[in-house]
Design a protein around this ligand. Sequence first.
Ligand code: NAD
Length: 388
Amino acid sequence: MKIGVISETLQGERRVALVPDAAVRLAMFSFELVIEAGAGEQAGFADNAYHEAGVAVEVDRRALLGTVNVVLSVQPLGLEDVAWLRVGATTISFLQPTTQGALIEALAAQGITAFSLELLPRISRAQSMDALSSQASLSGYKAVLIAANRLGKFFPMLTTAAGTIPPAHVLVLGAGVAGLQAIATARRLGAVVEAYDVRSAVKEEVKSLGASFLEFELDAQEGKGGYAREQSDEFLAKQRELLTNRVAVADVVITTAAIPGRQAPLLVTAAMVQGMRRGSVIVDLAAETGGNCEVTQPGRVVEVDGVWVDGTTNIPSTMALHASQLYARNVSNLLQHLASEGELKLDFEDEITRDCCVTHAGQVVNERARQLMGLAAAPQPTQSEASR
Ligand code: NAD
């Protein structure tokens, strides 16, 4: 089976879906590997490193797409890439099913089997394939460094001959994968950290990282699979009211709150920003899905009432080497899960295969993706269709 890796074309995307170390591992499973020339360059991996790892380097993207059985990428393929794929080929990438309806229709029409890493089930068996988590962890870490860099203060408490410097106060809203990594990083830098999440289940994890957990008299909002459920407008209004004082005394606010497939909840209003001290910093990791802060501008850093509000998007790409290394490991593990003896053998009874496969045998087979695209429910493929 031939596996191809293409260069990322989205502006600012520096990651690559396969790194040489992961290629060496995949080659042991009898996969033949090919990469588009220069694909790893921006993540720090030159073509000759792939060559030494036994990966063929192809300069012609179209030729690569037209000859491989599986294409790996970080971002979704472009529509023109889909047209070049062989009927029956497979793609594995982030597919952004909420916004990529046209692409998903095209993949189905071309008879492509497409896997979306966003839809991987959050179960322990799938943890090693969980690219959302590996990339969120990078975002949480980097968000703190961005904030520390922008803040005109130390993070740790310092006792110096010129006086004592109090520690910075960091507030982390949303204590999922990114939030927990942000808490750990801010603590390592010596800040005093408090955190809040609508899932009370994370309280012990927050405390074990040395942060305090904000508890409000609000109902927990636990949803399915470890995620939060969508919250009512009343709930969010009450939450903002209770958070106002905590936001006002924070030097740094890192917001990471998200609901899968929905717009990010609004946690920090413009009035709350106005109540913060000048020079304070907000890093809004939810910028791409609408932002947790009312004044966030996706992809930009703005100063509002003396407060820096950072809406940088695609933060994992700013740490492209480790982001690619972790992503490549996740994708390789998924590939090994889907294949046996060097061939893809899809078992739609398996939760991992079923949940993250979006298109197969000419259809959009994923219920979550179908709902987001406004399509009626589809029958699950039979075992004989699955083995096509
Ligand atoms: P996410 O990115 O969807 O959300 C981030 C956080 O925002 C979540 O903790 C959520 O509860 C929180 N949130 C939502 N609305 C909020 C609000 N109004 N106020 C404050 N916080 C709000 O989630 P994620 O970080 O990708 O994952 C969440 C959890 O899923 C993890 O912490 C973990 O428990 C679980 N998980 C399990 C596995 C696994 O078992 N394989 C893998 C990854 C994650």
